[in-house]
Design a protein. Structure first.
Length: 384
């Protein structure tokens, strides 16, 4: 697993923030339950177990107690710091002895935090070695896989590594605090590379190395689709060949759904609320975007719609990206109030569009729509 982000503040969730923090811990606990039920040999946490290095002692003890449950079942835990709980001088892993808090005595190999000084864990009974490619700073100047190769390491048959960072993807991910490439994965000689930092599940194979991002066990932000699971990974030899297989397990509760609603299909605000309420789910984060051409007769108050739907969902966000209809017919002369108003707003809209200011252009288009209504029929508009 990775990116549990225990203790996240969730500023985007408002009053639901505390509930989501508990949901994250519950997902973490369910991951531990799964490990015990499946009788796995080891649990790997590929960074960002904690959302920051500033956590109450009680929160760290609570997490460590779950690792203590694993240890009691003879299951090993290997953790690496991430970019949120980075291994800097103030690291939570320097301030707290996670193994001791989990009830382990010095020298035990049941709870291990890999660091730049303690960069690997060898488990002879499993014929397994686990490498932690970790730095003492949030940003790594070079790839954690630069020059890294394990082909000649004969201490164990199975070679696994953990990294918290981003896979370089041309045109998509070309810069990040920690960056590595597919070619470096292929050259590593690893059987499996456990990755953290991306909050959605993704997997692949480069050379002989299988890699995967488990994603966050519970969504950390309201717009994270593809989160909510952990992975079990099987390393096995059959007929002289080595195989790596990955099985995702859904353990998160919170789900995310994005909905685009065409403004032309909205009869009224009341009708929109009823339409969206049909998807009511206390575990669903609903992200609604109004698109298309906004009819002059349709008045929508996004915040009001959110308040009306709030009891039916975990979180609702409604945004209007619809644009007002363009003026029809011949424009009034430029020396009239209406003509000057329309031309001025259209010029400002064009400038905003060219500058890439989508929000500013949308606001100007709304001003143009309301202004046209007011100038055409003042009785239809109440100015406050």
């Amino acid at each position: 697993m990775a990116d549990v982000h225990l203790g996240a503040r969730h500023h985007d969730l408002g009053e639901a923030a505390a509930t989501q923090r508990e949901r994250q811990f519950d997902a973490f606990r369910r991951a531990i339950d799964l490990a015990v039920t499946e009788k796995v040999d080891a649990v790997l946490v590929a960074g960002d177990l904690f959302d920051s290095n500033q956590q109450p002692r009680r929160s760290v003890e609570r997490a460590a107690a779950e690792f203590g449950r694993l240890a009691a079942s003879g299951i090993r835990t290997v953790v690496i710091p991430g970019t949120h709980d980075v291994y800097d001088p103030s690291s939570i892993y320097r301030v707290n002895d996670l193994a001791a808090l989990a009830g382990q005595k010095p020298g035990s190999d049941l709870v291990i935090v890999l660091t730049p000084e303690h960069a690997e864990a060898l488990f002879p009974s499993l014929d397994l070695i686990i490498y932690g490619r970790v730095a003492g700073t949030k940003r790594m100047a070079t790839s954690p896989l630069a020059g890294f190769a394990t082909h000649d390491d004969e201490r164990a048959r199975w070679r696994v590594a953990l990294i918290h960072g981003s896979l370089w993807v041309a045109g998509v991910v070309e810069a990040d605090d920690v960056l590595f490439t597919e070619a470096e994965i292929a050259a590593s000689g690893l059987h499996y590379l456990a990755l953290g930092h991306w909050h959605s599940f993704r997997q692949g194979v480069q050379g002989q190395t299988t890699w995967a991002y488990a994603g966050a066990p519970e969504p950390v932000a309201v717009d994270q689709d593809g989160a909510g699971q952990v992975l079990t990974v099987d390393l096995e030899e059959r007929d002289g060949h080595e195989y790596v297989s990955i099985t995702p397990h859904v353990i998160g509760r919170t789900t995310f759904k994005h909905v685009d609603v065409d403004a032309a299909d909205i009869a009224s605000q009341v009708a929109l609320v009823e339409q969206l309420r049909a998807s009511a789910d206390p575990d669903l984060v609903l992200d609604v975007r109004i698109v298309g051409i906004l009819p002059d007769e349709l008045e929508l108050q996004e915040e009001e719609v959110e308040r009306q739907l709030a009891p039916s969902f975990f979180k609702v966000r409604v945004r209007s990206k619809a644009v007002p209809a363009e003026p029809e017919g011949v424009l009034p002369p430029p020396d009239t109030i209406v003509g000057a108003f329309i031309r001025d707003l259209e010029t400002r809209i064009a400038i905003a569009d060219k500058a890439g200011d989508a929000e500013g252009a949308l606001e100007l288009r709304d001003s143009l729509r309301l202004g046209r209504i007011l100038l055409a029929d003042p009785a239809r508009v109440t100015v406050v």
